[in-house]
Design a protein around this ligand. Structure first.
Ligand code: ZN
Length: 495
């Protein structure tokens, strides 16, 4: 039987997609299982796959089929053709030699960053960062965004967003957030220090498995392992999450696992039948981060969640929790204290860490800031926003891995995700006031079902801002995030 042009297009898209999933799996394996002296071989394998995937995604046959499919009538097919065209037009504008050069530089820059961080010396990383910036500008120029390279970097992660739109949202968020942070800092309420000690890793593993399964993660289509930095990788029927364990910080492994579970639930909820096409893909990093944040923060830091899980937590760790009251435990779950390190930050301060990075990236791309001036600017902004000045590059400008891979425009997605999560949270609670009693009974299916139909099953049908507008009936606004933070933290810290 003769296949249609649409079917042939989908077959091509799937080919590129599955090559990407193989690369993802090798990347996961690199961080979870790789023997120490096998890194060079893995880099070669990944470079080869990147080349094959680029060739598959830039196959001229896709271009011909897209021209043939100029006016498909079916709604879903039209979405696939529209988004496939967007991807294709981008991928063919990048010369293969540029893609290879960028990949090679990312690998070299990653190792340079790790060494510079170890040595606490930004100047050793600076030339690599400069080259990443030059490459990012070149890439934007190839794509026709030469006059707006930072907007292009943002649009790559969150289609439709621009620096100007983010500035408006972030300014409003900052105006509401800074006074809240200041009043919490002045509050005498503090969780008792060092009460969560000596939690055996095996029992931590059992507990987080129970929690993430209850939230709805399907372990028949995914797994969780250990890596240095937690992440979630994979697509469709195979989702790989990771966590890390610290016997004296059991809440870190629990909440990072829940965070990754939020990403995993999104990926598991994308329509499997559309896998490999844009309808089976996520709607950008901001939306992705909204899913991880909603489960991590709005759901799992709530009283209702702990009403169900606290007895189970105590059952797993009777001796460790014997001297800890329920109120103390709940305060430890919702501890607010400034820190220099973004990944250790509580959710109140977290957005300030992102505003700092957004401001630095904006100035770098605008040419208002030279790479050599970065540490001083970083430290000044840290003092202004967090009230803390880094005493080293390691705890300041070198702390994050993102720039070593050339991932500019990625940080704003975290803050965007926090805003989207809070806005979704108020919407779903107005539709289902009984969610708290669901959670207290250990039932998260109503929330997950809502997220499935409203967000997950939509794939890439809508860009983030339109998706938010459709689901919540309102433009994206920081006011729900501010309202959520006040409602959660004022009773704990402001009496
Ligand atoms: Zn995340």
């Amino acid at each position: 039987m003769q296949s249609t042009a649409y079917e042939r297009l989908v077959a091509h898209l799937k080919r590129a997609h599955y090559l990407g999933t193989v690369a993802g799996l090798l990347g996961w394996d690199e961080q979870v299982n790789l023997p120490p002296d096998s890194a060079d071989q893995r880099a070669e394998q990944l470079a080869l796959l990147a080349e094959l995937q680029h060739a598959a995604a830039a196959d001229p046959a896709i271009g011909e089929l897209l021209r043939e499919l100029d006016s498909v009538a079916a709604v879903d097919q039209a979405v696939v053709v529209r988004e496939a065209r967007r991807d294709y037009e981008r991928v063919v504008k990048l010369p293969a030699s540029f893609v290879a050069e960028k990949a090679r530089h990312a690998s070299a820059a990653y190792h340079a960053w790790a060494a510079a961080k170890q040595a606490d010396d930004f100047s050793a990383f600076a030339p690599f960062l400069q080259k990443h910036l030059d490459l990012a500008r070149q890439e934007a120029a190839f794509l026709g965004w030469g006059d707006r390279p930072y907007d292009y970097a943002i649009d790559k992660h969150d289609p439709g967003l621009t620096a100007a739109k983010l500035t408006a949202l972030f300014d409003e968020l900052k105006a509401g957030l800074v006074p809240l942070v200041r009043s919490i800092a002045a509050s005498p309420a503090r969780p008792p220090a060092g009460v969560l000690q000596k939690f055996p890793v095996e029992a931590q593993r059992d507990f987080l498995r129970e929690v993430t399964e209850k939230l709805g993660f399907n372990y028949r289509r995914g797994r969780i392992d250990v890596s240095l930095h937690p992440f979630c990788e994979g697509a469709g029927a195979d989702i790989r999450m990771t966590t890390r364990f610290d016997a004296d910080n059991p809440l870190d492994s629990l909440f990072s696992s829940i965070h990754e579970t939020g990403h995993g639930l999104y990926e598991q909820g994308l329509p499997l039948a559309a896998q490999g096409t844009p309808l089976g893909q996520n709607a950008g990093m901001g939306v992705h981060e909204s899913q991880s944040r909603l489960w991590e923060n709005q759901v799992s830091r709530s009283r209702a969640f702990w009403r169900f899980f606290e007895p189970r937590f105590r059952e797993k760790f009777p001796a460790q929790l014997a001297g800890v009251s329920s109120d103390e435990l709940y305060l430890a779950v919702n501890e607010v204290a400034p820190t220099l390190i973004r990944v250790d930050s509580d959710e109140v301060h977290y957005n300030l860490h992102i505003l700092l990075r957004f401001e630095v990236e904006r100035r770098l791309f605008a040419g208002e800031l030279a790479v050599a001036e970065l540490p001083a600017t970083w430290n000044a902004l840290s003092q202004e926003l967090l009230g803390l000045t880094p005493t080293s590059d390691r705890t300041g400008v070198l702390q994050d891995v993102h720039w070593s891979g050339g991932a500019f425009g990625y940080f704003p997605s975290y803050c965007l995700g926090n805003m989207i999560a809070a806005q979704l949270w108020f919407t779903v609670r107005s539709q289902y006031p009984e969610l708290d009693s669901d959670f207290a009974a250990g039932d998260f299916s109503r929330l997950l079902g809502w997220l499935r139909t409203q967000i997950h099953e939509q794939g890439r049908r809508y860009e983030a801002l339109e998706l938010v507008r459709r689901v919540t009936g309102e433009e994206l606004t920081p006011k729900y995030l501010l309202r959520y933070l006040h409602e959660r933290y004022a009773p704990l810290y402001l009496g």
